[in-house]
Design a binder for this molecule. Structure first.
Ligand code: 5GP
Ligand code: MN
Length: 346
């Protein structure tokens, strides 16, 4: 049995909105990850069984390793089909905002969604939800938005309407946001949910292979290069840094998603508690920052203090509009500011 995480009032409210709505749009954050696409498509497959007109729209392209997901080819990429997407957003009765806490996380779609007359529903697990939605289902203690989507569908009384396709998407989001159930994954209800998803006929082993074991040769060689030449260890701070320029990425035929998970690699070393990955973006003139930590070191605080971002205690990110040297310098300033916590003194 599952505990009732989502407040009954929110469930009742959502039920009414879904009942009345004909056109529903689901949106998720920029640079969508497995949980963004998994939760969106999980809800998409469910709402299709309720005979709604449903569309999933995300700001920009998502990585190839998520393209196998059922329904992935129906996801509308806003920066490619802006006019079409704008019309869907304008005409929607309900907009479901999944896996982000504030409208700025949907980047170029922010204005369109903000100005839409649709009712807005937020389903998310990041801290500090913004105040833009009529229904706010926000649970930072839950490890993925996909899990929240599962819980919401069940609480609506529609477990039977979860199809195998929908279950595959939900499972993928739960799996990717916990690194294959290796972090944020001690809540035993997660495994109850997995058992329920298995009852829908999902092949979890195949899902793992589809997602994590279909990389390109370029990625593997880039990984080798990064570990050998671009990783700096700051032993005095229990920390590590990896940084990658545009030129590095060109050399290895970089494709979106190729560096996924690189930020976690230094954490497999003894004594490393904090890892930072800096990558010059190939599309926008900025440096994308990914931060990871183990234990109670709050890498989301580093993200908000130094990189204009945020996220979770152990996984966060931000952006630097400047040079790589400036970004590295910010990282070093963060080590100094958080030295005591990095060394476990506080
Ligand atoms: P990743 O390192 O996988 O790109 O991001 C990890 C987590 O950090 C995301 O799930 C998200 O919560 C947060 N995050 C990443 N980039 C940003 C950003 O630019 N701004 C904010 N507020 N959060 C971010
Ligand atoms: Mn998530």
């Amino acid at each position: 049995m599952l505990t009732k995480v989502i407040a009954q009032a929110n469930v009742d409210h959502a039920e009414k909105w879904f009942e009345k709505a004909e056109k529903i749009v689901i949106v998720s954050h920029v640079s969508p990850d497995g949980d963004a696409i998994g939760s969106s498509l999980g809800l998409y497959h469910f709402l299709q069984t309720q005979e709604k007109t449903v569309n999933v729209i995300v700001p920009n392209q998502f990585p190839d390793f998520l393209k196998w997901m059922p329904g992935a080819k129906d996801v509308i990429i806003y920066d490619r089909y802006k006019d079409f997407a704008d019309r869907l957003i304008r005409e929607a009765d309900v907009i479901c905002c999944l896996d982000f806490n504030e409208l700025k996380r949907i980047d170029t779609m922010e204005e369109a969604v903000r100005n839409a007359s649709a009712r807005k529903m937020l389903v998310d697990h990041h801290l500090n939800p913004g105040n833009f939605a009529g229904i706010t289902i926000s649970h930072p203690d839950i490890s993925s938005t996909s899990e929240l989507v599962f819980r919401l569908i069940c609480r609506l009384g529609n477990f039977d309407d979860i199809t195998r396709e929908g279950a595959e998407c939900i499972y993928t989001g739960m799996m990717t946001d916990t690194g294959g159930f290796t972090y944020n994954s001690n809540n035993r209800e997660i495994y109850y949910i997995i058992s329920e998803l298995l009852s829908k006929g999902i092949d979890k082993d195949q899902i793992y292979r589809n997602t994590f074991n279909t990389h390109t040769e370029g990625r593997l060689r880039l990984m080798g290069y990064v570990l050998y030449e671009k990783m700096e260890i700051y032993r005095d701070f229990n920390s590590a840094l990896i940084w990658l320029t545009k030129e590095d990425q060109r050399k290895f035929q970089y494709r979106k998603g190729d560096t996924e998970g690189f930020v976690n690699m230094p954490l497999s070393m003894q004594g490393i508690r904090f890892s930072c990955f800096l990558r010059e973006d190939t599309e926008k003139d900025m440096i994308k920052v990914s931060l990871r930590s183990v234990g109670d070191f709050p890498c989301n605080k580093v993200a908000s203090d130094f990189f204009g971002g945020g996220g979770h205690l152990n996984a966060s990110g931000g952006e630097v509009y400047g040079t790589m040297d400036e970004a590295i310098s910010l990282f070093k300033q963060a080590l100094i500011k958080y030295e005591d916590q990095l060394l476990g003194k506080k």
